[in-house]
Ligand binder design. Sequence first.
Ligand SMILES: Cc1cc2nc3c(=O)[nH]c(=O)nc-3n(C[C@H](O)[C@H](O)[C@H](O)COP(=O)(O)O)c2cc1C
Length: 153
Amino acid sequence: MRVLIIYVSIHHGNTRKIAREMGEVLNARLIEPWKVKPEELEKYDLIGFGSGIYWWRHHRALLKLVESLPGMGGKKAFIFSTAGMDIPFYNHRALRKKLREKDFEVVGEFSCRGWDTNGWLAKIGGINKGRPNEKDLKKAKEFAEKLKDNFSP
Ligand SMILES: Cc1cc2nc3c(=O)[nH]c(=O)nc-3n(C[C@H](O)[C@H](O)[C@H](O)COP(=O)(O)O)c2cc1C
């Protein structure tokens, strides 16, 4: 199965840890959205989209990339994130909607807490220090293993 993981991780590298863990299981290529050529996506069977959550949604560059794509004809996708407050149903809604508008089939979603020192939180040393931790990475690995089992051609 050819897998591409498109991610943004600008705050503490929290989401990069998750992307790498999943990437290892799925033998995926990891890339940032501003380096993606839309026509490249064709050659992948499964595409992961993930970032930290910034102001209640995924990074703008990820959302913009999806907006720029043509219809994807039911191509399989998954969503992931790390966030100060891990509320995936809410945090993923903008990306989920855009992916569906482009006719991706969203086959899974993963999220966990990430170290957050945004704004005034810096004054108290942030929240979720040490996250993602070993347990989070194990869950990310298991999520990726399930994708591999369920969707390998
Ligand atoms: C500018 C900014 C805005 C953020 N907004 C939110 C938010 O709306 N909700 C939330 O739960 N976390 C928010 N966070 C925390 C990040 O989602 C969290 O730290 C995440 O793990 C960062 O991932 P990264 O290190 O991969 O960039 C914000 C962080 C920053 C820097």
